[in-house]
Write a protein that binds this ligand. Structure first.
Ligand code: AMP
Ligand code: ZN
Length: 488
């Protein structure tokens, strides 16, 4: 029997703006589609918050015993510089600016994104769907909805949003003003109408283009997700996720297409879920929208280069509710690292104490903690409430280590800290810019310890000064026993 199902899973549905019980379309299964990155640049850590959230959702569905089928797409064509159908294709623009092949750019940034996925211990989805692999299906799909729902303009095939029921209800905006979208495409019937196929203009050169009944061109970004989600998961599927910005344009447009293609008013997914933004407060107190151009580009590699283990960022995400804004500062990140280190140390001690035994969890206090944990994660993925329960469990020194270890491992299926493998030493600050090798620090520390044991304090102090001069701060008496650190 699965002990994780005593509390029914409830999720916040952006469509109804309410918590709803999760009831799968196919018994025992959970089919989830997550809007993936546009691979014209590195993802910033705000983007990665969207995937930590999708991973938490996937892990929770598995924890509840559902067979998870998760799809994340890679957008390598069609996403314009403005979500509301204006501007240039992000990938074409990057390729032109850097005089590089668009395919090389897509490959490079897809791999960089997959590295970040791995560093954050985000589980692999069942499918990574690459948009350019689905262009023939996109053309067929568009052909199927053209007659009733689309019209052609000089620059593309447009979707008429007035042909479907309740357009924009997800965003809570009306068709008429399309939440103030600027009408710059001449001939559009409604401000919110969007291109599902963009024709290559005469004289324009595109690296990526395909033949279609509407001329050479490329698919619209919104079309991609409708086509790939339906092709891989079938309609309706269970949950569609993305960042909160997608609630305004991208997802309402996907819904409109899903309605057109299926011929019914259903949005295509039972539940639409959106993570809130990560706000950058690392440079100024007022906060700024995460940006790939202004100031320090906050990508995961920057955190790693400053010496911070990427799972500290994972913990930082999980200690906030996914629907709350999260503020990024270096201090917050350091505090998350310290919290993770305490957990890792306690888990390590527990492993030693349990001596390889594996008792089933039956202690009443542990059963209570497990129940509270299940209640919290079932309550719209309240990971922030789950973390102190793990810490509480680790601190219950009087209860069987073996049972506590069993439960801690189980909880880690949700957190994904890889506690079985993550060591205290992995979490040490390791700035890339350091000038001294770790082995040398360790060697000097040993000499200093010997000097102290010999009561040769002059030598001990000299070694400390020598290390300080090389940027290494010794931390005698640190309760976390972090013997040294290098400031970032
Ligand atoms: P993009 O590559 O621009 O399509 O974005 C990838 C994902 O990141 C999408 O789900 C966005 O909604 C999400 N996203 C963008 N900016 C942020 C942010 N600052 N915080 C959290 N999620 C974001
Ligand atoms: Zn999408």
């Amino acid at each position: 029997m699965n002990d994780n199902i005593s509390h029914p899973l409830k999720l916040f549905n952006s469509l109804t703006r309410k918590l709803e019980p999760f009831a799968p379309v196919h018994e025992g299964e959970a089919r989830v589609y997550t809007c993936g990155p546009t691979v014209y640049n590195y993802p910033h850590i705000g983007n990665m918050r969207a995937y930590v959230f999708a991973d938490l959702l996937g892990r929770t569905l598995s924890w509840k015993g559902f067979a998870l089928k998760h799809v994340i797409n890679i957008t390598d064509v069609g996403h314009l510089t403005d979500d509301a159908d204006e501007g240039e294709d992000k990938l074409e623009k990057a390729a032109a600016e850097r005089a590089q092949s668009i395919w090389d750019i897509a490959k490079h940034y897809t791999e960089a994104y997959w590295n970040d996925i791995k560093s954050l211990n985000i589980r692999q989805p069942a499918h990574w769907s690459i948009a350019t692999d689905y262009v023939p299906q996109m053309i067929e799909y568009a052909k199927g909805i053209t007659e009733k729902h689309c019209y052609e303009l000089d620059n593309g095939l447009y979707f008429d949003v007035s042909t479907v029921a309740d357009y924009g209800s997800l965003a809570r905006t009306a068709t008429e003003d399309g939440e103030g979208r600027i009408e710059t495409v001449e001939g559009k019937r409604n401000a919110a109408d969007f291109a599902i196929w963009r024709k290559t203009a005469e004289g324009e050169t595109r690296q990526m283009e395909w033949d279609s009944p509407w001329g050479k061109g490329a698919p619209g970004w919104h079309l991609e997700c409708s086509v790939m989600s339906e092709a891989l998961l079938g309609l309706p599927f269970d949950i569609h996720t993305g960042g909160i910005d997608h609630r305004e344009i991208h997802h309402p447009n996907e819904i409109a297409q899903n309605q057109a293609h299926s011929g019914c008013d259903h949005s295509g997914a039972q539940i639409w879920m959106h993570n809130n933004f990560l706000i950058d407060r690392s440079q100024n107190k007022n906060g700024a929208k995460m940006s790939k151009s202004a100031g320090e580009f906050l990508r995961l590699q920057l955190l790693i280069d400053k010496g911070i283990h990427p799972l500290a960022y994972r913990l930082m995400c999980l200690q906030a509710h996914y629907r709350s804004e999260l503020e990024f500062t270096w201090d917050n990140l350091q505090a998350s690292l310290t919290r993770l280190k305490r957990i890792v140390m306690a888990f390590g001690q527990l492993t030693i104490k349990a001596e390889g035994t594996a008792e089933p969890v039956d202690h009443p206090r542990l059963i209570q903690i497990q129940d509270q944990f299940d209640a919290a994660i079932s309550d719209d993925l309240n990971s922030a409430k789950c973390l102190p329960l793990l810490e509480d469990l680790l601190a219950q020194k009087k209860i069987s280590a073996s049972q506590r270890l069993m439960l801690a491992k189980k909880m880690d299926e949700i957190f994904g800290f890889d506690l079985m493998n993550l060591t205290r030493s992995d979490l040490r600050l390791r700035p890339k810019a350091r000038t001294i090798a770790e082995a040398e620090i360790e060697q000097k520390l040993n000499l200093r310890q010997q000097a102290k044991a010999d009561k040769d304090f002059t030598t001990a102090d000299a070694i400390r000064d020598e290390l300080t001069a090389q940027g290494v701060e010794l931390m005698d008496g640190d309760p976390l026993r972090w013997e040294w650190s290098i400031s970032i």
